[in-house]
Design a protein around this ligand. Structure first.
Ligand SMILES: *Cc1c(COP(=O)(O)O)cnc(C)c1O
Length: 387
């Protein structure tokens, strides 16, 4: 059916086409031309990371992290069970075994108190995900990693420009990965970035991203020809996509402000209803500044969640659930995952519902979403339902 209020509507902020036409007129449409460099500089200066490299996706940035860490068959990497497939799959491609950690019941981030018992002599890295752009407990996670000599790769697909204790997400791990997929806060259709905080990885990252060649050094005049020096692939996006992305990045404050308005509206207008019906709204700890990536509800039961999705659909409103527990997936089970391993993930996954959330959703539209939610009949006995 057609929804009058979709879950997501990618926003064009204004200069995307202008910058793309500039890139075309410059004659630069391959990777690492002018707009890619602008994006790199913008991310490096704004976030304070040592090096930012645009990639074709967050997935590819995660795969680059696994290559840079020299992940080998038999190595183990600790990932939350409640995440997108790529957080685990990037390491599995190198032969690693993903070890699934459960999440905290409040922020739905990896439960930092569960990490240490999952560490074995084969553990190489921890890949926390800042769910909904609310920071994981990075102080604890980084201390554990240091104590055991593990790398930290922040999957920051949701959390660009969010902060933990005043410091930008993506600046804690050896690496962090960003997504500019059309469902994220800042977009270019498909795209991503690898953020590097440990300078020892910068040179090899440039090589791996450029098909295993030292082409980046060649372009800087540091070598007089470029050649095959390492393994690698083609992880860099066209400058046309970087041009689109730059138009969005340079107004990231406005994008975040728009999303903050959307988030605050839902929070203000659903708070009492939620309390009355034992529905949980997303908590944001005082030491976290979120990136306003999404607004979710945690309903009392799976049945309530499914019926509310149907009720909103009947009102022309699209709402969606989120990740299925990786420990119970077909692939997760091949690595020893089983039902019951991650009880919080398994429970939350059944009960979580995400509301329509995009930069240009109007207050009228949000009022319709809220009104429809408020006439949902938890008893399922008729009122408010057309069935
Ligand atoms: C969207 C997402 C990804 C994948 O991003 P792509 O850019 O589509 O590869 C990875 N991890 C998380 C947590 C995501 O939300």
């Amino acid at each position: 059916m057609d929804y009058t209020i979709p879950f997501n509507k990618p926003t064009i902020v204004g200069k995307e086409l202008f910058y793309i036409s500039n890139a075309i007129h410059e004659g630069d449409s391959a990777g690492d031309a002018g707009f890619t460099k602008k994006c790199h500089a913008y991310l490096e200066q704004t976030l304070g990371v040592r090096k930012a490299l645009l990639t074709t996706s967050c997935t590819h940035a995660l795969e680059m992290s696994a290559l840079l860490l020299d992940i080998q068959p038999g190595d183990e990497v600790i990932v939350p069970s409640f995440t997108f497939v790529s957080t685990a799959n990037a390491f599995v491609l190198r032969g690693a075994k993903p070890v699934f950690a459960d999440i905290r019941p409040d922020t739905l981030n990896i439960d930092e108190t569960q990490i240490e018992r999952l560490i074995t002599p084969r553990t190489r890295a921890i890949a926390p995900v800042h769910y909904a752009g609310v920071g994981c407990e990075m102080d604890v996670i980084c201390a554990i990693a240091e104590r055991h000599g593990l790398a930290v790769v922040e999957d920051n697909a949701h959390g660009l420009f969010g902060k933990y204790k005043g410091r930008y997400l993506g600046t804690f791990g050896q690496f962090a990965t960003q997504s500019f997929h059309e469902t994220k806060n800042i977009i270019c259709g498909e795209g991503g970035a690898l953020l590097i905080n440990d300078p020892q990885y910068v040179e090899r990252a440039e090589i791996i991203r450029e098909k295993g060649t030292n082409r980046s050094r060649f372009f800087r005049g540091q070598v007089d020809k470029y050649s095959w020096v390492d393994i690698g692939s083609s992880f860099l996006p066209s400058d046309l996509l970087a041009a689109f992305l730059y138009a969005q990045l340079e107004v990231h404050d406005q994008i975040l402000a728009a999303r903050r308005r959307v988030w605050d509206y839902y929070q203000a207008h659903l708070n009492d209803w939620a309390e009355e019906h034992s529905v949980r709204l997303p908590p944001v700890p005082g030491h976290c500044e979120q990136s306003y990536h999404m607004f979710y509800l945690v309903l009392p039961s799976l049945e309530d969640r499914q019926r509310l999705i149907g009720h909103l659909r009947d009102n022309g409103i699209q709402s969606v659930f989120h990740y299925l527990p990786l420990n119970m997936s077909v692939m997760g089970q091949k690595f020893g995952g089983a039902a019951g391993d991650c009880p919080v993930t398994e429970d939350i996954s059944d009960r979580l519902l995400r509301l329509p959330f995009f930069n240009e959703i109007t207050e009228d539209e949000q009022a319709r979403v809220v009104a429809a939610i408020k006439c949902f009949d938890f008893s399922g006995k008729g009122a408010g339902s057309h069935h």
